[in-house]
Design a binder for this molecule. Sequence first.
Ligand code: F6P
Length: 514
Amino acid sequence: MDSIWRRLRSNRTASADRTILSLFDDPARFDDFSISTDGMLLDYSKTSIDKDARALLVELAEAAGVESHRDAMFSGERINTSEDRAVLHTALRNQNGAVRLDGRDVMPEVRATLARMARFANALRNGEIKAADGGPITEVISIGIGGSDLGPAMGVKALGAYHDGPKIRFVSNIDGAHFTEASKRVDPARTLVIVASKSFTTVETMINAETAKSWLGTRAQSQMVAISSALDKTTAFGIPPERVFGFADWVGGRYSMWGPIGLPIMLAVGPDAFHEFLDGGYAMDQHFRHAPLVENMPVMLALTGIWHRNICDYPTRATLPYDQRLSRLPAYLQQLDMESNGKCVTQDGAPVSELTGPVVWGQAGVNGQHAFYQLLHQGTSVIPCEFMIAAEGSEPTLTHHHDLLKANCLAQSEALMRGRESRNMRPCREFPGNRPSTTLAYKKLTPFALGQMISLYEHRVFVEGVIWGINSFDQWGVELGKEMATALVPLVRGGDASDKDGSTQGLLRALDAS
Ligand code: F6P
């Protein structure tokens, strides 16, 4: 692969003076540098990738074995080597045939769990499941953190136009303010509490779960539900098996919204819409498995990422959905991307030879335009921007809003690329331009489109991880902080901190509330 990296860098150096705009001298540029599948289009023509660079990037993907790694993932090999686990979240949305793990088809179990979720969701939504006092359940509080929160919270918000079930609130932070605010003016008599934790040991979730249990009082017996892989722990917590939705260890936390962790989404929009979401994920899986690399949306989005991170040395990328209902997507993608690819050693434990995951950040457009776009346009760092926009809004009576939204989205990618010379203007009004972006255009934010989108990003992260030679499915980097927090609890309560560094000792003194 070394020679491909070298040739990519030479391509970049040789084309350093060429603008992105000049690439459109080729009238076929847009058609040639965009990919469509099932009503979704990825435009990567506003980047500095030319035909030669693209051919080299595809060669890089081939040399890294993207196709064989992809097939290994889908066929249940234990590609998460540090945890000795298969990576089969795609089975949760599989619509066709068996998915074998160690020779056993996991699909009967997946389908049975989905059917149980649907029965529960229907019964809650139509009032068959009642609160302890025999009255209706109208509110849900979902407790979880990381992958047990970001996916369902993002998904419930994204599908707001389809939300006809109970009101759903999310609590993740160990800060007592989160539960307090979420439960303010909420009647515990009318509330179902979901505790979502793959491990059922995550401190933040367990503390919030205990607080919720006390808040519910005796109602906790019947008004709590658990979602977890650790069924012994859910029983020990006091939630009977009939109110526990289990899932296997081959579903990683940040890849888990397709199964039981997605229950809040199903409660909000109903089983049919949730199935459409799964259909969208599956459609993108099929595209990823079968489209040639150069016509493959996740692969080309990943290669655009590789180009920007490794060849152009851009340290961050901005996620900019021009879709208010996707306002939690940047936070969701932050975990998906940064927890997966923020690694400095390869699968074999050797130091990586190339820079890995960029900082992923962003906000819904247009709000960001009035906050940080100044830096995107005129700052000293170039930040590749990843725009997203629907052809059609979800507000039939407010189509004029959507026209403005679209115009703003298109204006930003054009302005970033085109820039503006100062001519007779003062330099502060000059825009350097030549700043890259991609745009993901979809027909409408339907459950199907959301499924396609999330699957697209999962596979993009996977392909980048394969090229960097890292394990995108573990997260050892979160452990040290957790251990130290546990050890610090007694010190925060006044214990002996003499073996701590000077800063930590000083901060403990400053934070002493007594
Ligand atoms: O701390 C990181 C992490 O392990 C994530 O990977 C995971 O999504 C989150 O914590 C929550 O874990 P759990 O679902 O086990 O509570």
